[in-house]
Write a protein that binds this ligand. Structure first.
Ligand SMILES: *Cc1c(COP(=O)(O)O)cnc(C)c1O
Length: 360
């Protein structure tokens, strides 16, 4: 029998689309090219040198052949860097991919996904993409995550982000532990900015040892490799095996894998120096913001959140002056605010001038 191909009904392909995707828009972080982009917290200091050398020397094999199915060598390099066993590591096409894969691995459509509000703006998107009910739990009075509030929905997956994007606040370890001890399902702790906080207080070793925590991290921020798309998760071997099923094979490109391995082994000092510069500039920049009469939040990351009136209009005016920052209008607890990435000092001076101009 011939397959029946009927013409599309009036609603077009939408009629065939997954129910949960109705009304789901493509992710739009408003990232038009701009002379100086301080909007996405990537490393503004350039490319780590060993990674650069690997990319420049790309050979035929790295391009024409499939990469390692589950990136075994990269997992080993990450394990050495994070101080865990390689069977506790899963990689992905950016940590976005690791987050999405792990959320999918531990939920059925219709389940709940609890996350702080505000947090990484991709979380509500991942909830929708996976047919889940996203439960946004307002930050506590003190600006940190609300452990009791996050536990309340008894979600299949509970997400925490430390340091939190966009507030920059590191979550108190006792709150993370409280969530871990009482969560009804799996806990995902996003440590995308851990290199700027206190890496020795990472929950990676805890994740490797217990069965209900996955820590996610990325090479997009401190390591400066956002364009290559490399992220990873750390959990018990059992947790990691489930995420790997959901992730699927060949998610990290061959050349990307080699560059990432070079960065993790040979570029650590380069990264540490850039992190140190970032922290010094963050202090100076926050002081300068206070000099403009603003009240930036304390940050443990490579960005600051600063409440301003009319954030969208202020960001638009800064953009006209050649500086892109991320506007967060109507944030829970903070109202309108701008999130500004920390880069070189000349870049920060330019951002200050653009902000001063936009506010006057
Ligand atoms: C930037 C960011 C990520 C995503 O990083 P990729 O690895 O580039 O996908 C994840 N979580 C948070 C909180 C981020 O800010």
């Amino acid at each position: 029998m011939e397959p029946v191909v009927s013409p599309l009904p009036d609603r077009g392909a939408l009629a065939f689309a997954r129910e949960a995707y109705r009304g789901l828009a493509l992710y739009d972080p408003m990232r038009e090219p701009c002379e100086l982009d301080l909007s996405d917290n990537t490393n503004r200091f350039g490319v780590p040198p060993a990674a650069r050398r690997v990319l420049a020397a790309a050979d035929t094999e790295a391009i024409t052949r499939y990469p390692a199915v589950y990136a075994r060598d990269l997992k080993q390099a990450i394990a050495d860097y994070a101080g865990v066993a390689p069977e506790c590591v899963v990689t992905g096409c950016g940590s976005d991919d690791v987050l999405d894969s792990s959320i999918r691995a531990f939920t059925e459509p219709g389940d709940r996904l609890a996350y702080p509000d505000p947090t990484f703006p991709m979380l509500p998107v991942f909830a929708r993409m996976n047919g889940l009910e996203g439960v946004a739990v307002p930050l506590a009075e003190d600006g940190d995550a609300d452990a009791a509030g996050l536990l309340e929905p008894r979600a299949r997956v509970t997400y925490l982000c430390s340091p939190n994007n966009p507030t920059g606040r590191a979550t108190a370890p006792q709150r993370i532990e409280r969530v871990l001890d009482a969560a009804a399902g799996v806990v995902i702790l996003d440590e995308a900015y851990i290199e700027f906080a206190s890496p020795q207080r990472s929950f990676a070793p805890v994740a490797a040892a217990r069965g209900n925590l996955l820590v996610t991290r990325t090479l997009s921020k401190a390591f400066g490799l956002a364009g290559l798309r490399i992220g990873y998760g750390i959990g018990s071997p059992e947790i990691v095996a489930e995420v790997e099923k959901s992730r699927g094979p060949y998610k990290v490109g061959g050349l990307t894998e080699r560059a990432a391995m070079a960065a993790l082994t040979e570029d650590r000092e380069w990264v540490a120096s850039r992190v140190a510069e970032t922290l010094a500039h963050r202090v100076r920049f926050a002081e300068a913001l206070r000099g403009l009469g603003l009240r930036p939040l304390d940050s443990s990351a490579n960005f600051v959140l600063v409440p301003v009136p009319a954030a969208a209009a202020t960001a638009a005016a800064m953009r006209r002056a050649g500086v892109a920052v991320r506007a967060f209008p109507g944030l829970h607890r903070h109202g309108d605010a701008l999130r500004i990435s920390i880069g070189t000092w000349p870049q920060m001076e330019r951002a200050l001038a653009a902000l001063g101009g936009a506010l006057s």
